[in-house]
Design a protein around this ligand. Structure first.
Ligand code: DX5
Ligand code: ZN
Length: 223
């Protein structure tokens, strides 16, 4: 699969989201971080705002990252709102298989996220139910943190499990991804890259999106 760059809007101007999304037209997806101040110690936006973004950006691939408790209750609404990908945290889901099926039934790609201390091994049998695994490479909650190299073995193990099962599973990395760390993620088997501060701290965010994708393609041999 081709490499995808999904900028996270968390560190953009959240009061001007429409304009911020328009600044990154080269993106393969818009990564939207929903936080409820319970699962993580931060609070962002929820479904009413996402429904408006859906209307205002009908062609965007909306990649929802739900850092919220009670994912079973809240996640399907994002799929029903027309988001292309909905990621729940396995630590916040009571019935991840049912939830993944509900998301797919509502037309979204079903995705499951793992905090840094959560291993993939217990979830090997669930992988056929999922379209993407999000591997957090920082503790979730805030942008601008340093990439955790100790997560690289988990990315490798996840890619190996997907290969073993013959699955075309997207593996997303989120946290501290930049031109300095993306090569390591590619080498480990990731193919969907979330970059927040690396993109939005730049004067020309779209050029960073293109540069990151070129770098990933070169590294993975897609160039
Ligand atoms: C953090 C969020 C990330 C965040 C990444 O919990 O899930 O998506 O915006 O930001 P950077 O790329 O700055 O680490
Ligand atoms: Zn995120």
């Amino acid at each position: 699969m081709a490499n995808r760059i999904h900028p996270s809007i968390l560190n953009s101007n959240l009061a001007s989201l429409d304009a911020e999304i328009d600044r990154i037209p080269s993106s393969d997806g818009i990564h939207i971080d929903v936080m409820d101040n319970h699962f993580v110690p931060n609070l962002t936006i929820g479904l009413p705002v996402v429904e408006c973004l859906r209307k205002n950006h009908p062609d965007a691939f909306l990649d929802m990252h739900l850092m919220i408790e009670d994912a079973d209750t809240w996640a399907p609404g994002y799929a029903e709102a027309g988001c292309e990908s909905v990621t729940f945290h396995v630590e916040a889901a009571r019935a991840p298989v049912k939830l993944a099926r509900d998301l797919r039934a509502a037309g979204a790609r079903a995705s499951m996220a793992l905090r840094p201390a959560t291993d993939i091994a217990p979830y090997e049998d669930l992988l056929p139910e999922l379209d993407m695994i999000l591997i957090m490479t920082v503790e979730p909650g805030f942008g601008g943190q340093s990439f955790l190299d100790i997560m690289l073995p988990k990315i490798r193990r996840t890619r190996a499990l997907a290969k073993k099962a013959g699955l075309d599973l997207w593996i997303q990395v989120d946290g501290g991804v930049s031109e300095k760390t993306i090569d390591r993620c590619v080498d480990a088997g990731a193919d969907v890259f979330v970059a927040g501060s690396a993109v939005f701290r730049a004067d020309d965010p779209d050029s960073v999106v293109s540069a990151l994708r070129d770098q990933a393609d070169l590294r993975s041999g897609h160039a």
